[in-house]
Design a protein around this ligand. Structure first.
Ligand code: NIG
Ligand code: FE
Length: 411
């Protein structure tokens, strides 16, 4: 089965297969073809180029994309979309003056979601989570990482990861599962961190490995959550099970966590609202992708990741949503891209690179996703007629995506 898009006004993010991420000044370049064609066969991109080279195929379904932009679907490398209920009361509490930290210290925050998760049946969690997945697919996300971390018990963590597994089986979108048992210390372990870490290592991880439920491992490395030493332990044991780390770090404080993550070979370090010069030096020339989550900064009113400073130092940067009930109840990557432009002063080119090819790197899928490349998955966004792709972040509140194709099929 073939689909041929013709007369595409701008075909964005056209890359050779050997590019797996872009860094520093290269992020300002978004390779594109004006007046292009794009040929899809089954689930793959098989050809593209300027219209004068358009194949005269007869069996393809032809879609005239005059006036429209085509780009790869968003790659959202950091979400927590499997959860139960919501945290609407905490939202109002913050409006009334409480901070995220104060809410957590009262037993709310992650522990509030953990209570709800453990009280909810797996089928019900699946039903709630699939609606979020369907929502983000409609918004243009074509690959998504999903974390556990609201169980914080053996059964709760397994329940979350089994829900992620069902989502993987039932939806065409690429999903990577990340085990985040080290998200917060449950109340009963507040005074005995070692016992909870032992539970993760001796009870959770072996079962997760036996069922093949996780692709990556994560921890919340932060003052009041997991220390540098505790997180190193989690990363080391994760590696023994073949789980590379993707770590929540530097959201509120810089305590040397990024260095530890880079030394452990983390695939990504995520949040980075607070970044020191030393953190930047450590990330330079590493294989670890820094990931910014601007919707989180927006929602809980914390600083934005210093993207300009990081890119000026030559670093790459990825953008992800962080969709979760506490700090980011939105998985809309169009908003993420627009907010990165508006609040972090990323150019549209930089933001689109960060939300596609660099997101794919942060998920470990850049061989198949994140760019318009022959042989990659046919995951594309077809926009409404636009002046140019600048309109995507400019008209930040308007849905400009007309159609989403995932693995060769419109959803
Ligand atoms: O990425 N910071 C840690 N984890 C999530 C939020 C967790 C929550 O409040 O539910 C985050 O922001
Ligand atoms: Fe997160």
């Amino acid at each position: 089965m073939q689909t041929l898009f013709t007369n595409i006004k701008e075909l964005l993010q056209v890359r050779p297969a050997n590019i797996d991420k872009v860094s520093g000044s290269a992020m300002a370049i978004l390779p594109k073809i004006d007046n292009a064609f794009l040929l899809i066969e089954n689930d793959l991109i098989v050809d593209f180029g300027p219209m004068e080279n358009c194949p005269k195929t007869t069996d393809a379904t032809i879609i005239d994309a005059s006036g429209r932009v085509i780009l790869p679907t968003w790659v959202d490398s950091h979400t927590h979309i499997v959860y139960a209920g919501n945290r609407i009361q905490e939202f109002v509490d913050r409006i009334n003056g409480l901070s995220y930290e104060e809410i957590f210290n009262r037993g709310g925050g992650i522990l509030n979601s953990a209570t709800k998760l453990n009280e909810t049946l797996e089928d019900e969690i699946y039903e709630q989570s699939k609606l979020r997945l369907e929502e983000v697919m409609q918004q243009g996300t074509g690959a998504v990482e999903i974390k556990s971390g609201y169980g914080l018990t053996v059964e709760g963590e397994l329940k979350m990861l089994r829900v992620i597994k069902r989502l993987k089986e039932n939806y065409p979108i690429a999903i990577k599962a990340t085990f985040l048992g080290a998200h917060a210390f449950p109340e009963a372990y507040k005074e005995d961190h070692k016992a909870y870490i032992d539970l993760i290592i001796n009870e959770m991880l072996p079962k997760i490995a036996t069922e093949g439920l996780a692709d990556y491992i994560d921890a919340f490395l932060e003052t009041g959550y997991f220390s540098v030493e505790e997180t190193i332990k989690i990363m080391e044991v994760g590696k023994k099970y073949g789980l590379i780390s993707k770590i929540h770090v530097n959201q509120f404080t810089a305590i040397g966590g990024i260095k530890a993550c880079v030394e452990q070979g983390a695939l990504s370090v995520d949040h980075l609202e607070i970044v020191t010069d030393e953190d930047i030096a450590v990330l330079k020339d590493s294989n670890t992708m820094p990931v910014a989550l601007p919707s989180c900064s927006y929602f809980i009113s914390i600083p934005y990741t210093p993207a300009r400073k990081m890119m000026n130092a030559g670093l790459p940067l990825a953008l992800a949503s962080d969709y979760n009930p506490g700090t980011t109840p939105s998985g809309n990557m169009n908003f993420v891209v627009a907010t990165a432009c508006i609040k972090m002063k990323m150019t549209p080119e930089e933001a689109i690179n960060a939300a596609t090819i660099n997101g794919a790197y942060a998920m470990g899928i850049s061989a198949t996703h994140g760019s318009i490349t022959k042989g990659k998955k046919a995951n594309i966004l077809l926009t409404q007629p636009l002046t140019s792709y600048y309109e995507l972040p400019y008209s930040f509140g308007t849905n400009l995506i007309d159609k989403v194709m995932i693995e060769g099929k419109f959803i």
